[in-house]
Design a binder for this molecule. Structure first.
Ligand code: WT7
Length: 648
């Protein structure tokens, strides 16, 4: 082992685990030597199919012949796999524990109850003209109805597109239009940290420019006042009360689309990542079981929002396919106080807890006391996701939250990958704080020298690519297969390019170093610099803007904007405030610009391309390593930017 600190697998965990170290090695080898046989077995083990597939896998990673297909010809239904097939054996088991923002509010929903509610909503969707293949937008807070809506879509073969409840009306509009949704489901308001947010009002604003939306279903969450569009809007509770609880599951092809989820890229507008039915669900179920070593009867809690892929795969689809009890939390980590997470763990006997480094870092600031006053005895496994976890946060999570008993699975993956790709398995993998460790079954990561395009063998650092498909990988970008090919397969021919950089150590462990494209990761949320720049230049006083990330103690990355005002415009603090508000208004509260530096001009090459490398260095206050500036059209521009830099 290399010089980093290593935590061996605890003996008690290994003894009970689904996969120990020897089994991991053997299964991994098999998944590489005989992928067809391996995945056929997994698909049979984890899911119930109404018709077996004709071929396990067929793919090409060549940009000009790009296609990825799994279990072609196989037929199944996702809601059947997540609900119906459990009814005989676990109908009365709790499927979802809902914990409200207010600690006094909670709700337990059994598999039987969830099944009935899903069928009813599916019938409501049908009665409003939603058919197989139609798109439905889900714009809901973290309430059980979000899971119901997802599963109701899958019941009838509709494709859901969830828009995170924190996104602005403009972001919602863009996504609804891009995927041509005909129905939107939202709630009167959402509740977070005791505050009410007017979700229906946002949806109404977005709908002004979405003429194809025929129906807006409104869940009554708070009873807050809402505007009503007669003929278009219907109350969820009233519609459900009138609907039948019988709804036969639509038989879907393994490669039929399951959902679209928008995510930010390095250029242009967010792209609609499209996942399909069979492969996604096999992989969701399998990774949920093995990565978290989920054991029958355990309460499992993933703190993500269903608006992100983590919520899709690891609150709803993976856990429910496995018949697990999944906790869904409406609130935030610091409300009513800094002990909330740990109180919830004690209240519901949570065994597996999966959260983001940004949450851990902010809780760490409150010290040990809010953690230590709780028991956390029920905890067995901890997980981390969304961004690289710094070793200090890892150690705190391990020592203070897990009492040095609970392995931490640091799971690396992406919206595009559908499920975990590089992650420890609790019973199999020795841990190194800050490393996502080793690939999951069937996954073949590789590192490429970004300058030479050559493969790096052994220890080294480079662009992280994947050599082979896995069942849950995205199939295309909704409506834009060419962009799919260009974004992920053009740069390193024959490989899927992740956008991340990584280092591989002498033990073959992977250490994700972060994005190496123009994508930011702010508090585990992905934002494109191009999106933020477009929002900034909407302001009439802005001539030009360039946005980069910089290291931020709490958020991982902060947003640093260089802004050139229109000539004759006085750059004031007032204007800065307007710009911050502008970006927030355009994208949503996750997009808060931290620093705005006025830039008389931006460093550009002679062909007019902004040299972001230099802007990143200045924002990070690393001015000794600016690199070559001689190719700039006007190298003196840099001096002004250095002199007036704001992160010193
Ligand atoms: C990007 C994907 C996948 C779930 C949530 C984010 C970063 C994610 C880790 C990790 C280091 C990580 C990467 C990746 N990331 N997990 N464990 N260690 N980095 O999904 O919004 O699609 O973002 O998040 O940079 O590319 P996403």
């Amino acid at each position: 082992m290399s010089e980093e600190k290593v935590y061996q697998v605890p003996a008690d965990i290994a003894a009970k685990a689904h996969v120990n170290a020897e089994q991991y090695a053997a299964m991994y080898q098999r998944s590489i030597d005989d992928p067809q046989g391996f995945w056929a077995e997994q698909a049979e083990t984890f899911l119930t199919w109404s018709k077996p597939w004709d071929s396990v896998m067929d793919y090409s990673f060549q940009a000009d012949d790009l296609h990825i297909k799994w279990f072609q010809g196989g037929k199944l239904n996702v809601s059947y796999n997540c609900l119906d097939r459990h009814l005989a054996t676990r109908g009365d088991q709790v499927a979802i524990i809902w914990e409200g923002d207010n600690p006094e509010e909670d709700r337990k929903i059994t598999y039987r109850e969830l099944h009935a509610e899903v069928c009813k909503l599916a019938n409501v969707f049908k009665s409003r003209g939603v058919k197989k293949g139609d798109r439905v937008c889900i714009y809901l807070p973290m309430i059980a109805e979000a899971a119901v809506a997802m599963l109701a879509c899958t019941r009838i073969g509709a494709v859901h597109s969830i828009v995170f409840g924190g996104f602005s009306p403009d972001s919602l509009r863009d996504r609804v239009l891009d995927s041509e949704c005909k129905l939107v489901i939202t709630s009167d308001e959402s509740v977070r940290g005791g505050r009410h947010i007017p979700l229906k009002k946002n949806a109404d604003t977005a709908m002004l420019e979405c003429p194809n939306v025929e129906t807006v279903v409104v869940v009554r969450r708070t009873g807050g006042k809402v505007e009503w569009t007669e003929g278009r809007d219907i109350w969820y509770d009233e519609a459900i009360a009138a609907a039948s609880a019988e709804c036969a599951p639509e038989e879907m092809d393994a490669e039929d689309p399951l959902f679209i989820l928008y995510t930010s890229g390095s250029t242009g507008k967010p792209k609609g990542v499209q996942h399909t039915t069979g492969g996604y669900l096999v992989y969701a179920a399998m990774t949920h079981k093995y990565t978290f070593d989920y054991q029958e009867g355990e309460v499992y809690w993933c703190t993500a929002d269903v608006g992100w892929v983590t919520g899709h795969t690891y609150i709803v689809y993976g856990p429910l396919a496995n018949g697990a009890t999944s906790l869904m939390f409406e609130g935030i980590p610091n409300y009513p106080d800094m002990s909330r997470f740990w109180e919830v763990i004690d209240k519901h006997n949570v065994a597996i807890f999966y959260t983001a480094p940004t949450a851990i870092r902010s809780l760490m600031r409150a010290g040990e006391e809010p953690v230590k006053k709780t028991s956390r005895k029920s905890l067995r496994i901890l997980g981390s996701v969304g961004e690289p976890i710094n070793p200090e946060a890892w150690e705190w999570y391990y020592r203070i939250v897990g009492d040095e008993r609970c392995p931490i699975v640091d799971t690396w993956w992406q919206t595009e990958t559908g499920g975990h790709l590089i992650t420890p398995l609790p019973g199999a993998t020795a841990l190194k704080p800050g490393s996502a460790t080793r690939p999951f079954f069937g996954v073949v990561p590789a590192l490429v020298d970004p300058a030479e395009g050559t493969l790096i063998e052994g220890p080294g650092e480079g662009a992280l690519v994947l050599s082979r498909p896995w069942p849950a990988m995205m199939r295309t970008l909704y409506g834009d297969h060419a962009r799919f090919a260009d974004t992920y397969f053009r740069q390193y021919p024959g490989y899927y390019f992740t956008g991340d950089g990584a280092r591989r150590d002498a033990d073959g462990y992977y250490w994700i170093t972060g994005r190496i494209d123009d994508v930011l990761n702010v508090s585990g949320h992905r934002l494109g610099t191009a999106e933020i720049e477009s929002a900034l230049v909407l302001h009439p006083h802005v001539a030009e803007a360039a946005v980069v990330g910089y290291p931020h103690d709490l958020k991982g990355q902060g947003i640093y904007a260089y802004v050139t005002p229109m000539s004759g415009i006085e750059p004031t603090d007032e204007l800065k405030k307007e710009l911050v508000a502008m970006v927030r208004g355009e994208i949503g509260p996750i997009a808060i610009v931290d620093i705005i530096q006025w830039a008389p001009s931006l460093p550009k090459t002679r062909s007019g391309k902004i040299m972001r490398r230099i802007l990143r260095k200045i924002a990070a206050n690393e001015i000794d390593s600016l690199g070559d500036t001689s190719t700039l059209a006007d190298p003196t521009v840099v001096n002004d930017l250095i002199e007036n830099r704001l992160n010193k």
